[in-house]
Design a protein around this ligand. Structure first.
Ligand SMILES: Cc1cc2nc3c(=O)[nH]c(=O)nc-3n(C[C@H](O)[C@H](O)[C@H](O)COP(=O)(O)O)c2cc1C
Length: 188
């Protein structure tokens, strides 16, 4: 692992709003991470809209930093809302920036997906779109367990704490499975 034992995971939420259920779910994941795993949540609020002309001159500093963090991480955890049956624009935009050459930091990177939405399917459609994108980038997305937190407004309290016990247990189980996935598929 990256520093002689600790498995370092970088996490990105696909929602910028303060009360985001997806960001709250990542905070819960940070708490529930198994021993030996640390989860750092990256801030993508300053990532500009993708522009190839800008990239040709050089990655903006915020993007260069994200690319480095993904490259150096042992794995990536993404929490996306579902927007109009797909991934949120801010997350797709961030992934697009990170994915550009010369290096492609998602190539061979162990990835876990999760998501929370107000609907009953809990971002299923968004997650399958993400899976499709990662085929092109050769990201090693864990197949299961799939964490799809439906009717999120009933699972978190007003302060953004994940209060639903079955969801907490399931998220913890997913993170334990992800630790195994990182060990099986990680290049480091
Ligand atoms: C533009 C937009 C599109 C949405 N489309 C969907 C959708 O397709 N399916 C769904 O379950 N919820 C949809 N929602 C509701 C979101 O699930 C809900 O706003 C959720 O709280 C967003 O995640 P967040 O709490 O992390 O910001 C949509 C919300 C927005 C703003």
């Amino acid at each position: 692992m990256s520093d002689g034992g600790t498995m370092r995971i970088v996490a990105i939420s696909g929602s910028l709003r303060k009360g985001s259920f997806n960001s709250a779910a990542l905070r819960a994941a940070k708490e529930l991470a198994p021993d030996g795993m640390t989860i750092e949540i990256a801030d993508i609020s300053a990532v500009p809209l993708y522009n190839e002309d800008v990239r040709a001159v050089g990655f903006p500093a915020v993007v260069a930093d994200l690319r480095r963090r993904v490259k150096e991480a042992d794995g990536v955890l993404l929490a996306s809302p579902e927007y109009n049956y797909s991934v949120s624009g801010v997350l797709k935009n961030t992934i697009d920036w990170i994915s550009r050459p010369p290096e492609q930091p998602f190539d061979g990177k162990p990835i876990a997906l999760m998501g929370a939405s107000g609907g009953v399917l809990g971002t299923a459609r968004a997650q399958y779109h993400l899976r499709q994108s990662f085929i092109f980038m050769n990201g090693f997305v864990m197949n299961r367990p799939e964490v799809m937190i439906g009717q999120a407004q009933t699972k978190f309290d007003a302060e953004g704490n994940l209060t639903d016990k079955p969801t907490r247990d399931f998220l913890a189980a997913m993170l334990t499975a992800f630790a195994s996935w990182v060990r099986r598929t990680g290049a480091k």
